[in-house]
Design a protein around this ligand. Structure first.
Ligand code: 5GP
Length: 178
């Protein structure tokens, strides 16, 4: 496969469509087993996870619901600076089994700030599935329960992930060429 150019940068093939397909099947298999009879609610975090969420959800054979949220961050009055909130959640989470669908967990900052807001609703359980995880970049204590690929701390695009808005529409994942 060839390199691709997005805006001013070159990217090289990193994870093929075939490898992604196999991994999605494996992850769905684990979720089918762990959530059988629990009617879980999946919450996909937009925008990046939309393709992964669709493929993963199609591969589930158990009863399951899905909802989509968008995270908004703005400068708040807290000393830490950013406050993260969300829009779009249309499902009551109280006493439900909840699984967050992420495209990538990098430092863990986003989920670290956002998860307490979901925990507030007292779900029966709250777990995370992420297609990609940059373990070396982890700075916050986020446990990703279901990980597709552990990847190095380099910028990636494709399969839903963008670089300044472009690059989401590929079947495989590309890594920044340095
Ligand atoms: P965290 O808060 O875990 O550091 O970052 C999570 C978010 O940063 C992801 O949901 C994603 O939007 C963005 N991100 C982190 N690493 C990458 C990357 O390599 N490529 C792209 N396209 N986005 C990334």
């Amino acid at each position: 496969m060839a390199n691709i150019r997005i805006h001013d940068k070159q990217f090289k093939p990193f994870i093929s469509a075939d490898e992604i397909r196999k991994k999605v099947t494996d992850l769905a298999g684990a979720l089918n087993k762990d959530y059988e009879g629990k009617n879980p609610v999946f919450i996909a975090i937009l925008n990046g996870s939309f393709i992964f969420a669709a493929d993963l959800f199609k591969a589930l054979t158990i009863d399951a619901e899905i909802s989509f949220i968008k995270l908004l961050s703005y400068k708040g009055m807290k000393s830490s600076g950013q406050i993260i909130t969300y829009i779009g959640l249309d499902t009551e989470l109280f006493s439900r089994h909840v699984v967050i669908i992420e495209d990538i967990v990098d430092t863990g900052k986003t989920l670290n700030e956002f998860l307490p807001q979901l925990e507030h609703q007292q779900p029966a359980s709250l777990k995370i599935v992420s297609l990609l995880h940059k373990r070396d970049a982890a700075m916050f204590p986020i446990k990703v329960d279901y990980v597709g690929f552990e990847i190095p701390d380099k910028f990636v695009v494709g399969y839903g992930l963008d670089y300044n808005g472009l690059g989401r529409n590929t079947a495989s994942i590309y890594q920044l060429l340095e």
